[in-house]
Design a protein around this ligand. Sequence first.
Ligand code: GAR
Length: 219
Amino acid sequence: MADSPIRVAVLISGSGTNLQALIDAQQRGELPVTIAVVVSNRPGVLGLNRAQNAGIPTQVIDHREFNSRTAFDKAMMIAIDQYQPDLLVLAGFMRILTPEFVGHYTGRMMNIHPSLLPNYPGLHTHRRALEAGDAYHGVTVHFVTEQLDGGPPIVQARVPVLPDDTEEALAERVLEQEHVIYPLAVRWFAEGRLHLEGDRSKLDGELLPPQGHLIDATG
Ligand code: GAR
């Protein structure tokens, strides 16, 4: 384990249930991190209240106040770097990032995406899995690279698609697993066990399989 807790910046755009899972794990003593700041590109979202309730500093950088992606990302970088994070955690952060931003944080930025990547990058993942008639669906935590929802996977959790599933029921089943695997991936990083090496994730000195570590929650 690292000697002192690493500093984490969490980026959100909405309700922040993944942020809450990280706060809860940290408060239970299961996550050796200091959440140094929560940054939202949207004012007034529930995730900001969650951070404030946990005594975590917050910053709102409203993307609508910038006339380019580059200017927005630059403002984000300046705000984030004041907190000297070791890791950036994108937790429902719904903006496409510029290559400059991604390059600045390469190897120290993770995202969670609600599908078994490389299936269904982008939006409406649960609907698309249902429409395709998939037997399984799930969620991926991955290092962020310039590819949208596409960097090297760290961990995936797989859930069943049930015969009478609605989009909402499936989303809920996936979200439950999100709250398991995101704290796990952040813990591995905080413990110094997880690294990005080239285009693969490495855990405990071993390259992970292309889909990352698999957690089977279909049973
Ligand atoms: C989560 O389902 C997360 O996987 C998804 O947004 C939701 C945020 O929920 N992220 C993406 O779709 C990224 N492409 P939360 O705000 O309650 O954590």
